[in-house]
Design a protein around this ligand. Structure first.
Ligand SMILES: [Zn+2]
Length: 262
């Protein structure tokens, strides 16, 4: 029997998963994949809404709870906070960060790993640091290297939905490697996950104002391939597990011809 499709998401702060590729995480959980997550910080330096008024210890406690609530809403198999300092990830040695990710890869054995686009989407230094840790972990993984590494991104051609009011480091459309349609049930879970992050909820209000119809504006999520040399995007897939033999969703036959690897 083939192993269950397994995905690991690696982020910097509680809420990165919900406001980011939460629809994709929920979709694969619904399809029967094991979806795991590690988040490097508990978000104690947050500055949105009520976050400004809470002492770091209290904010950390609340955001830790919120993240576990969001993980439940998305249907994740596990969710772990590493506990590194919010706002301090770029000062962590890249090898140390990579070893943390590699430890999770060796334990969870994902077929697919998701993190941020190389510019960190919002450009946050913590996001860019996590991208570098994950990329380095892939280089160190040897035989344990997962089959795919994707970076969640916002496309240049879709920046207009943010109405120019927020700095976004977008990906060029030519970089897109995967476009994931988010069905209604996964979108319900994504919105539930966003709402679990109560200390950050002002940002959801802002997004709804900019996007008009939030569901419609986020009904597809986009990814680049980080683990492909030369930056060539290659064919655009609609399934992050596309072409991975050895990972089968129940009731599907994903057998691939030999040689179709990476
Ligand atoms: Zn973040």
């Amino acid at each position: 029997m083939k192993p269950k499709p397994t995905l690991l998401a690696v982020f910097a702060h509680p809420d990165d998963e919900a406001y980011g590729p939460g629809g994709t995480l929920a979709k694969y959980a619904i399809l029967g994949a094991d979806v795991h997550m590690i988040t490097f910080t508990c978000g104690e330096a947050g500055s949105i809404g009520v976050s400004k008024t809470l002492p770091p210890d209290e904010l950390c406690r609340r955001r830790r709870e919120e993240l576990h609530g969001a993980a439940d809403a998305l249907g994740l198999a596990s969710c772990r906070i590493v506990g590194e300092p919010d706002g301090g990830l770029e000062r962590i040695d890249e090898e140390k960060g990579a070893r943390i990710v590699l430890g999770a890869i060796r334990e969870i054995r994902p077929h697919v790993v998701i993190t941020f686009h190389r510019e960190g989407v919002s450009g946050h230094a913590d996001h860019k640091a996590v991208y570098r840790f994950v990329r380095r972990a892939f280089a160190l993984a040897g035989d344990d290297r997962p089959r795919r590494l994707f970076g969640w991104c916002i496309l240049e051609s879709r920046l207009h939905i943010y109405r120019g009011e927020r700095k976004i480091y977008a990906a060029d459309d030519s970089e897109v490697a995967a476009v994931i349609d988010i069905p209604r049930d996964a979108m319900d879970r994504k919105i539930d996950a966003i709402e679990r992050h109560e200390t950050q909820i002002e940002f959801f209000g802002q997004l709804k104002e900019w996007f008009g119809d939030y569901r419609d504006a986020t009904s597809r999520e986009f990814f680049e391939r980080i683990d492909r040399r030369g930056g060539a995007a290659g064919p655009v897939v609609t399934d992050l597990f596309d072409g991975i033999d050895g990972a089968a969703f129940a009731g599907t036959d994903r057998s691939e011809p030999p040689g179709d690897r990476r």
